[in-house]
Design a protein. Structure first.
Length: 74
């Protein structure tokens, strides 16, 4: 079960824009991927100190969200 867990790390710039985010589809910018995750999995987000945060999800959720993000972008 532990192997199914995914932590998506997010790093923010001083102005609040996203500079880096994990598990990002190549077709999405870091900010677009963060916005999409915030709308669709915001209850799995945890803000951290130092301009960082994490989404804690299960692998299946991440795969489904990536598929949805690509479909929404098309």
């Amino acid at each position: 079960m532990e192997a199914d867990k995914v932590i998506i790390n997010v790093r923010f710039m001083p102005n609040g824009a996203v500079s880096e985010i994990g598990e990002r589809p190549a077709e999405r910018t870091p900010q677009q991927w963060f916005d999409f995750l915030s709308l669709n999995a915001g209850d799995h987000y945890q803000a951290l100190a130092g301009g960082r945060g994490v989404f804690r999800l299960i692998r299946g959720q991440v795969d489904n969200l990536k598929t949805e993000a690509l479909t929404a972008a098309a």
